[in-house]
Design a protein around this ligand. Structure first.
Ligand code: FE2
Ligand code: FE2
Length: 382
């Protein structure tokens, strides 16, 4: 009796589990192909779960003339999606995070219409090995929309970015998209803490990966890149909407865990003359939003695990994401998308797996977050 009344979600999970059980002995290429095919089969059977990733009406609505004229030079609104913080291990060591990354790929490939692009938010690998980074590239090749890459500290500190740049190109760049100026930053540089300590590359990577060890430096964009940013923005008018991607939050949240960018104040100062600035960041693995002056900040979800909220420094506007079920590996993980409106502001949708999606509208932050100065920095207690 119960079997006849299984929910669509239960059927979806059974279908997924059946296929995943069959995947264990496939080589890497076949592994990815089968999962991609499975997503199509699941959709064809009408088994998409109720929390699946669907565009809402606002993304399809025609821009009204007044707001389009004041925002993006008459360009229509657009949507982009993100996948972030997959923390992949080699397939022989751990398949759980691979399954989670593939689940996110299924999500964005199921969007109809497709997003203009998919931003990958950094921490593709767990320990930055060539095998982990190459596996990540193979998985992301299955994304149908163009993928824009950003680097995280877990990708960088084994070889200081050599392999990542070989695979994906420069870690900071900018481009214009439908009236919006988009900047991708490399925000996880650190001052050299390893040479004097005679650390091996593996020790350096393990130290950075352990966020609260008290040994490493704080993350920073760094002066050369701040100069690059100033020059990049010099040609952009103050009324142009600006979208910035950074791996670490571009403000000072919690020092002890490196939920922190040390030169955030200087980067914010460079962005201050613009009317509409949105910063989307990874690294914190949680729903996180903040408003400092003209800048709206949103944290991205991780596909791998949720971090707890820090004991201090949580922005007052954040509505916390509690982890209801620690025995559900997908609970409080997920992916998401952003709807860039005709006025150039961004509404952010958190696609929490196994929960209802959460939308954070730009108006909420900008009307309630009238913060004239950044919060006072906190300092390490060790
Ligand atoms: Fe991460
Ligand atoms: Fe990170």
């Amino acid at each position: 009796m119960a079997a006849r009344h299984k929910s669509v979600e239960t059927k979806f999970m059974e279908e997924r589990d059946r296929v995943l059980r069959a995947l264990r002995n496939l080589d890497r290429r076949s592994f990815i192909k089968v999962v991609a095919a499975t997503a199509g089969a699941v959709i064809a059977k009408g088994l998409m779960p109720p929390h699946s990733f669907q565009l809402v009406t606002i993304a399809n609505a025609a821009p009204d003339k007044a707001s389009a004229a004041s925002g993006m030079n008459g360009q229509p609104p657009f949507t982009f999606a993100y996948i972030s913080d997959t923390h992949l291990y080699e397939r022989t060591l751990n398949q759980r995070f691979i399954r989670a990354a593939l689940k996110a790929v299924e999500d964005v490939n199921a969007l109809d219409p497709q997003p203009d692009f998919v931003l990958f938010g950094g921490d593709l690998a767990q320990l930055g090995t060539p095998q982990q980074l190459e596996l990540g590239r193979e998985i992301l090749k299955e994304v149908k929309a163009p993928v824009k890459m950003m680097v995280g500290e877990h990708d960088w500190f084994l070889d200081l970015g050599e392999k990542w740049q070989e695979l994906f190109g420069p870690p900071n760049y900018s481009f214009d998209w439908k009236g919006v100026h988009v900047v991708v930053l490399m925000s996880v540089h650190e001052k050299d803490f390893w040479t004097a300590r005679r650390m091996t590359p593996e020790e350096r990577m393990a130290t950075v990966a352990g966020l609260d060890n008290g040994v490493q430096s704080r993350f920073e964009v760094g002066e050369p890149q701040r100069e690059w940013l100033k020059n990049d923005l010099a040609k952009v008018s103050s009324s142009t909407p600006i979208l910035v991607f950074s791996h670490s939050p571009l403000y000072k949240y919690y020092y002890n865990w490196n939920f922190w960018t040390d030169d955030a104040d200087q980067v914010q100062a460079i962005l201050r003359r613009f009317d509409k600035v949105t910063v989307i960041h990874g690294h914190t693995h949680q729903m996180l939003f903040n408003q400092i002056g003209n800048i709206s900040f949103y944290g991205m979800l991780s596909t791998a695990w949720p971090w707890p909220y820090a004991p201090q420094g949580l922005p007052a506007l954040t509505i916390q994401m509690n982890r209801a079920d620690p025995f559900d590996q997908f609970d409080a993980c997920g992916d998401g998308r952003m709807e860039v409106r005709a006025d150039g502001l961004v509404d952010k949708i958190y696609n929490l797996w196994d929960r209802n999606p959460v939308t954070v509208k730009a108006d909420y932050l900008r009307s309630r977050g009238k913060i004239d100065r950044p919060p006072a920095p906190q300092f390490a207690s060790y």
